[in-house]
Design a protein around this ligand. Structure first.
Ligand SMILES: CC(=O)SCCNC(=O)CCNC(=O)[C@H](O)C(C)(C)COP(=O)(O)OP(=O)(O)OC[C@H]1O[C@@H](n2cnc3c(N)ncnc32)[C@H](O)[C@@H]1OP(=O)(O)O
Length: 425
């Protein structure tokens, strides 16, 4: 590990320092140095974030050669209020300085800081899947892509439907969208918040990461006029000669009721001159095929990891969610980095399912008892939101326990919906 190079915090309001930091991080992502305008936008996004830099003397000048950005954000967990996590992003090391341990130094220092500050979890989106397992992260949500052939779309007569209205939203007017998204992201494990800077970037038509040059946003309101869903889509014209053949690309679709969801998909798939729709970063248990007479109108795949979690406090992480299954298991959680390893008793009593949805609160405490299940801290992160099968991990040799205890884990951690995070950060 290259411990000689100094690692420092960057104040995002120090424009010179921010430019050096952003120039290095963009170079590692194969992008040119930021323009002054891009720097303004970056400042708006990272003003409250923790920025780390490693510097080296390059060609007689001190330069940033490695970066890390972290900030506190909420992640939705099963059956309970969202949990504040250490969100990790912009982990970069210049190609001239790679594989000398710089990422390891920056990330472990930040994870220690977050743990000492009382956070139970860290979260990130991995650029490449092999990078973060060694740091104790595990895949917590997965996403998939869809291609919908409009010519085969017909909604079933029993598909949810309710009176409502649709309207185009002018560029940059994101307040209603933000409110819809905020309700939706709390309701499903894996949901991640979008702050004003995120929406401002999305609202810059043609430039944001959300809308392309031909982007449109359509808002759905319920019968009372309350916004309950929206879709943001681009159009590509793939016509040949006199044959119209446009493709819609859904960049974002969020709805707080099945009826609004159906109305938005029905709208997109019935736009004149548009023959198909593509959508990425969708949940793996997307509702759309179940609403159609011919579910093969929707092609699904591939499935990829999206949100990764890192448990920093085993008792805190297991206590933060609620459970549908009841049971008692002693878990020995092994952490190769020595940050969070612990043996804990997870007890979920059958009891009252008072909230009408069936969620049960756990009792979690450290114990000296012999474990029923021995698992890595990354495997626990994969199980936590219900997005990974304990039976699959067991069959893959990643849980040390009897098949019966793997089954008990599976029942405890299962969630009614697959966790989903559609927000890049
Ligand atoms: C959350 C995010 O920000 S994701 C974005 C990640 N960044 C990028 O993809 C940008 C391009 N890549 C980079 O900037 C760098 O190569 C990084 C940040 C991925 C890795 O930085 P490095 O300083 O080279 O990592 P470091 O030297 O600490 O490596 C630690 C270990 O991870 C391994 N590792 C690092 N990167 C990778 C990778 N891309 N694939 C597989 N293994 C990797 C190293 O081999 C090393 O293994 P070892 O401990 O067995 O020797």
């Amino acid at each position: 590990m290259d411990a000689a190079l100094p690692m420092t915090s960057i104040d995002p309001r120090d424009r010179v320092a921010l430019r050096d930091w952003a120039t290095a991080s963009r170079a590692a992502f194969l992008q040119p140095a930021p323009t002054e305008e891009a720097l303004d936008e970056r400042l708006a996004e990272v003003a409250d974030h923790r920025l780390t830099a490693v510097r080296d003397v390059v060609g007689g000048e001190e330069r940033v050669v490695a970066t890390l950005r972290t900030f506190d954000a909420e992640v939705a967990v099963p059956g309970a209020e969202p949990v504040v996590v250490d969100a990790v992003s912009t982990a970069t090391v210049l190609p001239t300085h790679r594989r000398r341990g710089l990422l390891s130094r920056m990330l472990t220092a930040d994870l220690e800081r977050a743990r000492d500050g009382g956070l139970a979890l860290a979260a990130l989106i991995a650029a490449e899947a092999p990078i973060y397992g060694r740091f104790g992260f595990g895949t917590a949500t997965r996403s998939t892509s869809l291609v919908v052939d409009h010519t085969h779309v017909r909604f079933r007569p029993d598909a949810p439907s309710a009176p409502g209205s649709l309207e185009f939203v002018p560029a940059g007017r994101t307040e209603d969208l933000a409110r819809v998204h905020d309700r939706a992201r709390r309701a499903r494990p894996g949901g991640f918040p979008r702050d004003a800077a995120w929406w401002a970037a999305a609202g810059r038509r043609g430039e944001g990461r959300w809308l392309g040059t031909r982007g449109h946003v359509v808002l759905h309101r319920d019968e009372a006029g309350v916004p309950d869903g929206y879709v943001a889509y681009d159009l590509a014209d793939t016509s040949t000669g006199r044959v119209a053949g446009g493709t819609a690309t859904v960049a974002d679709l969020s709805a707080t009721t099945p009826a609004a969801y159906r109305a938005l998909w029905e709208f997109v798939t019935s736009i004149d001159l548009v023959r198909s729709t593509r959508a990425a970063d969708r949940p793996v248990d997307e509702l759309l095929p179940h609403l159609l007479v011919d579910p093969r109108a929707v092609q699904t795949g591939p499935v990829d990891d999206f949100l990764w979690l890192r448990v920093l406090d085993v008792v805190g992480a297991l206590s933060a969610r609620r459970y549908l299954g009841a049971g008692t298991l002693v878990l020995e959680v092994v952490d190769p980095l020595g940050l969070a390893g612990a043996t804990v008793r997870l007890h979920v009593a059958p009891g009252e399912r008072g909230d009408g949805e069936g969620w049960l609160s756990p009792e979690v405490s450290t114990t000296g008892a012999a474990p029923d299940v021995v698992l890595g801290v990354g495997e626990l992160a994969s199980l936590l939101l219900g997005g990974t099968s304990a039976m699959a991990l067991h069959r893959a040799g990643r849980l040390r326990c009897s098949p019966a205890d793997a089954h008990a884990l599976q029942r405890l951690f299962a969630t009614p919906e697959a966790p989903w995070c559609p927000t890049w950060f």
